[in-house]
Design a protein around this ligand. Structure first.
Ligand code: KIV
Ligand code: ZN
Length: 537
């Protein structure tokens, strides 16, 4: 992609010309196990209809295999695998099975109507699993392997075998079991890092060693768990060492800390195709975000905000320096084009680290053109708010600017400070400092509540008596730090004007709205005075 032959890539290796890569690349099988290992995440339980909906989207995403479930585990799982086998076109449908013959038979019963089906047979091979779980000797495990794989081969030519807990299995024994599986007819050898114990270079060496030691026509596969946060790295190391299938889950779901995330593995291969020039996948990356959202919705597992590729912050920039860079040229701080993974595009998130550049740009995109002093005033106000509010949305911005521009353009009163005190015991009181054309004045008052006291203090400071006839407060956005948007109407004789104020603090928003209305009242009165003087009594 864009980065071939630059920086680190140049140091790392000699480049192949692009055209050569396309010809040499082998297909990497994407084996999705969201509906089997992913569903084993604590607290997830999908019904057959939900599993079918996800399977259809996985087919749309372009995965090669869908491991639809573990049919012997429950009637629900059996039905889900059967429904997917019957109803989903495109990917090969796989089911998981222990080596017991009755498990294998049940697995096949669920899969038999698929256009193409795989039985995935597994048995534990590590000393700890054999001793404490299986209570079997290594010899028995070898026999089980042969029997289970051979039974599966009676039903289908596509049989995968996994020595569970492979990364904690003595290598010689693992090789013996794998060789037995190949002899019995396994066509894929999957190497599970069941407890996420592997380290990328060791895992890669293990894959290389297996390839060297086990003869036969089979595909090597990785199945990496994320207990040390290395599942994606280990899977990629496996690919680099010759694995041609990766087992992955959408959003990195799976037992405990999960499995290698489909979206991470696929995008690492796509973005660093200069490094992984030996493989290609058929995943339609534009569908990644949609798939992630669907899986998150149906499983009830939220996607962490900063999740690579599909997290809501994956393309969001908050600091002024980053925003400036991205606005000038996207690639300064982004290696993935958001649309390539179905995300909306770079997002400039306005917050307390944002700069004037991003602020003005966001307003311009909203169709609000502000320049010069008005922009400075609005920016200052935005910064004050950003210190108090986690994230400022477009709706918040519009409210700030409308209020701030109203005051600036029409040169009205400015609220310099507001102090309020009160509660259920003490009488509410307020102290304000306001300015008009740079001249400051202060006001104090008590009132029925803090809002009432603030309005009275403004009356004291401005000397403008007016009756509050309408008061309306609403929240601009949701959440406890939402902006309160206050609109008031005040009346003095036959003149009625309105004012608006926004703040995360509803008392402050009310004071701002009241002062805004007083400014308008004063202007209206002075225009009337001028008219009267010009036209005579
Ligand atoms: O993690 C694991 O070992 C598994 C096997 C069943 C492949 O999920
Ligand atoms: Zn697993």
């Amino acid at each position: 992609m864009d980065f071939v032959g630059t920086g680190m890539s140049e140091l790392a290796r000699v480049e192949y010309p692009r055209e050569r890569k396309a010809n040499m690349a082998e297909h990497l099988i994407i084996f999705d196990t969201t509906l089997r290992d992913g569903e084993q995440s604590p607290g997830i339980s999908l019904d057959p209809a939900e599993k079918l909906e996800i399977a259809e989207q996985l087919a749309n995403l372009g995965v090669d295999y869908i491991e639809a479930g573990f049919p012997v585990a429950s009637q629900g799982d059996f039905e889900a695998v059967q429904a997917i086998a019957r109803g989903v076109d495109g990917p090969v449908i796989a089911g998981l099975s222990r080596t017991n013959l009755s498990d294998v038979d049940r697995c096949w019963d669920a899969l038999r109507d698929a256009d193409a089906a795989r039985i995935h047979v597994f048995i534990s091979t590590s000393p700890t699993h054999m001793e404490h779980m299986l209570k079997m000797t290594p010899e028995q495990v070898l026999q089980e392997t042969t029997a289970g794989v051979a039974r599966a081969r009676e039903f289908t030519d596509d049989v995968e075998f996994s020595p569970q807990d492979a990364t904690r299995t003595p290598v010689d024994f693992m090789l013996e079991v794998l060789a037995a599986a190949v002899d019995a007819g396994a066509t894929t050898l999957n190497i599970p890092d069941t407890v996420g114990y592997g380290i990328p270079w060791d895992f890669g060496s293990m894959i290389t060693y297996i390839r060297e030691q086990i003869a036969g026509d089979y595909v090597l596969s990785t199945h990496c768990h994320n207990d040390l946060g290395l599942a994606t790295a280990n899977s990629l190391a496996g690919v680099k060492a010759g694995a041609r299938q990766v087992e992955v889950c959408v959003n990195g779901l799976g037992e405990r800390a999960g499995n290698a995330a489909l979206e991470e593995v696929v995008m690492a291969l796509a973005i660093r195709d200069d490094v992984f020039d030996e493989v290609t996948t058929s995943v339609r990356t534009e569908e990644l975000s949609r798939t992630s959202r669907l899986v998150s919705r149906l499983t009830g597992y939220p996607v962490q905000y900063n999740k690579a590729v599909v997290g809501r912050n994956a393309f969001a920039h908050e600091s002024g320096i980053h925003q400036h860079g991205v606005l000038a040229e996207r690639s300064t701080y982004e290696i993935i084009e958001a649309s390539k993974v179905g995300q909306k595009g770079s997002q400039i998130v306005l917050g307390k680290h944002s700069g004037r550049h991003a602020f003005a740009d966001t307003l311009a995109k909203m169709g609000i053109k502000v320049q010069g002093e008005a922009l400075s005033a609005a920016f200052t106000r935005f910064k004050e708010l950003a210190d108090r509010k986690v994230q400022i949305t477009e709706a918040d911005l519009e409210a700030i600017v409308v209020e701030e521009l109203g005051a600036d353009v029409e040169t009205g009163y400015v609220l310099e400070s507001l102090e309020v005190a009160g509660g259920t015991v003490k009488e509410p009181r307020a102290h304000v400092i306001i300015s008009l054309g740079g001249r400051k004045s202060e006001g104090d008052a008590t009132g029925d509540g803090m809002i009432d006291a603030s309005c009275r203090a403004i009356r004291d400071a401005t000397g403008v008596e007016a009756r509050l006839v309408d008061f309306n407060v609403s929240s601009v956005t949701g959440g406890i730090d939402a902006l309160g948007d206050v609109v008031v109407q005040i009346e003095d004789g036959d003149v009625r004007v309105s004012g608006r104020g926004v703040s995360t603090d509803v008392v402050e928003a009310s004071a701002r709205a009241y002062l805004n209305a007083v400014s308008r009242l004063v202007r209206t009165r002075s225009r009337d005075d001028v008219r009267r003087i010009v036209s005579g009594p």
